[in-house]
Design a protein around this ligand. Structure first.
Ligand code: SF4
Length: 73
């Protein structure tokens, strides 16, 4: 099975207020730092998404009330 990324999960740190609902929706994909702000798997503001993680990435994106996460194709 290919591990080629099918998209990129992007975090906007200006919008994010660190309530962690993205982590609650996709705990296997998004961790929280010690202040409750999300950590993407890449450790940066942009993370490649493999096909197997796409549902979790969508769940996290849809859970964010501040539209601080989006998926680029
Ligand atoms: S749900 Fe949105 S606002 Fe809340 S921590 Fe996650 S990215 Fe930030």
């Amino acid at each position: 099975m290919s591990t080629e990324p099918v998209g990129t999960l992007v975090l906007d740190p200006i919008r994010c207020d660190g309530r962690g609902m993205c982590h609650d929706a996709a705990p296997g994909l998004i961790e929280l730092d010690e202040w409750g702000y999300p950590l993407l798997p890449s450790g940066t503001l942009r993370a490649p998404i493999e096909r197997s993680d796409m549902k979790a990435a969508r769940d996290a994106t849809h859970a964010c009330p501040l539209l601080a996460l989006h998926i680029e194709r």
